[in-house]
Design a protein around this ligand. Structure first.
Ligand code: SF4
Length: 326
């Protein structure tokens, strides 16, 4: 039997490069090796978008189109929507009974997001308990492997702690999922912070060349470089982070040409804009074709719902018995 791999995406708009290099690239690369669970976390989206939830439903569809166009094969992957699996919310409830508040309050991403998203009131129970819902997402299918970026590691650790605590209290049932870190674990946004739609710093997979070029033009490079021949420091350059992703084999050469002042920042930006756009051309063509046939997308979601509900039913039935309420 194949091991299970699971990953979820927030349907808060179109996918961006952070999603692609964060974990979709791993999902595509390894989709033949695992039983895959790929789902859109519309309940997670509500934790920050509860005041303006009207786009979540259409964003789910847009994301599914993006995923298929990128190469996620619906035959090899259960593609589904979180809210189509009500058993996840029941498991969240059981986990919330055994999760100490301190585990959630000390979570570094919770503190970080509270600071970063000051314009929204996210001091809610739903936002604090986000990692509990994430644990239920993962453990409802007892997934073995989770492709994550480094920033998601604390959440995954809470999932393992919850699984451990459940197993200790009620007898062994859940496996402790392992992370699969992708090479480009942290994709910076155009302002150097983590790429995120909430930070308004993302390059979207559907951006055309002019949009990509104008976004790259805003990236921060070494501010001490004034003249073309001034030596640069690639370590503090946002554009260089993208070279690391797209020109891995030539990275030492690129580093040297920067340090020796052999190329200007404007030329670097032109070059990286072209590289990013070229890497997305095929995807954009496929995406347009899928959009012409939305019934195909709805059928995939329906099938995913059917398959995952069967697995989730079994988990919930076992959990109720283990906890002594059934
Ligand atoms: Fe960055 Fe290129 Fe400028 Fe060096 S030359 S600071 S790598 S943009």
């Amino acid at each position: 039997m194949k091991k299970k791999m699971l990953t979820g995406f927030r349907p808060t708009g179109k996918l961006h490069l952070g999603h692609l290099h964060g974990n979709i690239s791993n999902m595509i690369k390894y989709q033949k090796d695992y039983e895959n669970f790929f789902f859109l976390v519309d309940w997670h989206a509500l934790s920050t978008e509860y005041l303006n939830p009207e786009n979540i439903k259409s964003d789910v569809i847009e994301c599914i189109i993006d995923l298929i166009a990128l190469g996620i094969d619906p035959v090899l992957t259960h593609l589904y929507r979180q809210s189509d699996i009500p058993q996840i919310s029941e498991l969240t409830l059981y986990f919330s009974m055994i999760t100490p508040l301190s585990w959630l309050e000390r979570c570094p991403t919770y503190k970080e997001q509270m600071n970063e998203l000051k314009s929204r009131d996210i001091s809610t129970l739903g936002f604090l308990s986000y990692p509990v819902l994430m644990a239920a997402d993962i453990l409802i299918v007892n997934s073995d492997i989770i492709p994550v970026g480094e920033d998601q590691l604390p959440h995954l650790e809470i999932t393992r702690e919850i699984a451990r605590r459940f197993n200790y209290l009620y007898g062994k049932y859940f496996i402790e999922p392992k992370e699969m870190l992708s090479k480009a674990t942290r994709v910076p946004g155009i302002d150097g912070r983590k790429m995120s739609k909430s930070y308004n710093n993302a390059i979207f997979l559907s951006d055309d060349f002019d949009t990509i070029r104008s976004k790259v033009a805003m990236m921060i490079t070494d501010p001490k470089r004034i003249h073309l021949e001034d030596p640069g420091d690639p370590g503090i350059c946002n554009v260089f982070d993208f070279y690391k992703i797209y020109k891995e084999k030539e990275i030492e050469e690129i580093e040297q040409r920067c340090k020796q002042g052999k190329i200007g920042c404007t030329r670097c930006k032109e070059e990286i804009s072209g590289i990013i756009y070229k890497s997305l051309e095929d995807f954009q063509e496929k995406r347009n074709k899928i959009k012409q046939n939305l019934n195909y997308v709805y059928d995939i979601l329906e099938e995913g719902k059917k398959q995952v509900r069967q697995i989730a039913d079994k988990t919930i039935s076992d959990v109720r018995k283990k906890m002594g309420i059934d």
